[in-house]
Design a protein around this ligand. Structure first.
Ligand code: MN
Length: 416
């Protein structure tokens, strides 16, 4: 079906094309690191490896496999993924400490995202370090990691709430110490897209004066702006977006893999090197292993993202699928669904009957519609609410961690 002349696409206007927009980006997935830090979630080594394998097959450039310094079993998982022979570069983060870097080297990873924080807040209350101490630690740890022959990404936590001149100073130190890539973070999802563009354009100019290293961005979703901010950063020349499948991650999560990839591909025409028709498979596999149910209306991968019930929409869809859909469901490995329910209209009924060469009068169609609506209401509202409460309670229970009663029982066992 030709779409020629049917819709205007303002995204393609030359006048608004960002000057530094890259032609391609390289997806850096954080699902197995930041994603797994979703409260109450844990993955087995086999699950981690299976997700990593699928991402590798799909064209993910960098897979953050886990945080080796956390525990022996985490290090074991990273080691296993690093030894699978994937095409993706396998990364494991380290604080700016020799012991963390050693833990990554022991796992045989290709690259180390080395991180430290830069805001006055983090320096004073978390790191308890002066700026000079931070700069010393950065040059020392990057030098130490580079001596082991790995790629080093330098990540500044809370950079979006850090003083600009200090950001430049610390990034400069990192580059001069051998950092291969530079990453900024909107750690608590605090920027607006326009502020992100401002910050990244100024940082890009200053950083590229020193050396034209690739730039990365890590955005959180506390205001629901993680995807928008990630795209804003790409508009300013960032080529390594850090993203998590289904938007999983700490608190309100990270920029969602499927949203960032599809927006870059469709709305910007940027090559992400991702086989997008595998997105749904990746999303469902990850959802199952995380045991974190997705909202039914989640963009791209939610159950309803390509479902239609209302008679008006279904009628439109049957005429031309772009009427009420921005992309073909097949492009992300999905199928369009027509749901029969309260808002169903006669067009879908006629279409279904026609597919089996069945004739029906208008009255008969009305009767069929009546029955469908009654059928849907056969599970009463009270019963529905009870079912919902049960599912909700069990879901929350699964993710509430070790409860207070258990905590005090553990304490008394140990202190006895
Ligand atoms: Mn994070």
């Amino acid at each position: 079906m030709s779409n020629e002349g049917l819709i205007e696409n303002y995204n393609n206007l030359k006048d608004i094309k960002p000057k530094h927009l890259p032609k391609e980006v390289f997806i850096w997935d954080e699902t197995l690191r930041d994603g797994e830090q979703t409260p109450g979630v844990f993955l087995t080594i086999d699950e981690k490896t299976e997700i990593a394998k699928l991402m590798d097959d799909m064209g993910v450039a960098v897979i953050a496999a886990g945080f080796p310094a956390v525990s022996k079993s985490e290090a074991k998982a990273v080691k296993r993924i690093a030894n699978e022979g994937f095409s993706a570069s396998i990364a494991a983060p380290a604080r700016a400490l020799h012991s963390d870097i050693d833990a990554c080297i022991d796992c045989g990873v290709d690259e180390i995202p080395l991180f430290i924080a830069s805001s006055n807040l983090h320096l004073k209350y978390k790191l308890k370090m002066t700026r000079e101490e931070v700069l010393d630690r950065v040059s020392d740890s990057i030098g130490y990691a580079k001596d082991h022959g790995v790629v080093v990404d330098f990540i500044l936590e809370d950079s979006s709430r850090s003083e600009f001149d200090f950001l430049v100073e610390i990034y400069k130190t990192a580059i001069e110490s051998g950092a291969d890539r530079i990453c900024a973070c909107d750690t608590v999802g605090f920027l607006r897209p326009l502020s992100m563009k401002y910050l990244m354009s100024r940082l890009r100019d200053e950083i590229w004066k020193i050396k034209k290293v690739p730039l990365a961005i890590h955005c959180h979703n506390d205001f629901g702006l993680a995807t928008a901010n990630t795209l804003a950063a790409v508009e300013e020349g960032v080529t390594f977006p850090l993203i998590c499948i289904n938007g999983y991650g700490e608190r309100a999560g990270n920029a969602a893999f499927e949203e960032v990839v599809m927006a870059l591909e469709v709305l910007y025409g940027i090559d992400t090197h991702i086989k997008t028709d595998m997105l749904y498979e990746l999303s469902t596999l990850t959802e199952k292993f995380f045991t974190v149910p997705l909202p039914i209306h989640k963009a791209i991968v939610g159950v309803n993202a390509f479902s239609h019930e209302s008679g008006i929409h279904v009628h439109g869809e049957l005429g031309h699928p772009l009427t009420y859909e921005p992309i073909a469901p097949e492009s992300v490995g999905r199928k369009r669904l027509f749901i029969l329910g309260k808002f169903t209209g006669r067009h879908i009924i006629r279409r279904k009957l026609k597919s089996k060469n069945i004739e029906a009068t208008d009255d008969q169609i009305c009767d069929i519609l009546d029955k469908i609506k009654k059928e849907q209401e056969s599970i009463g509202k009270k019963e529905r609410c009870d079912m919902f409460d049960e599912v909700k309670e069990r879901t929350l229970k699964m993710h509430s961690g070790v409860d207070d009663n258990r905590f005090w029982a553990i304490v008394s066992e140990i202190l006895e």
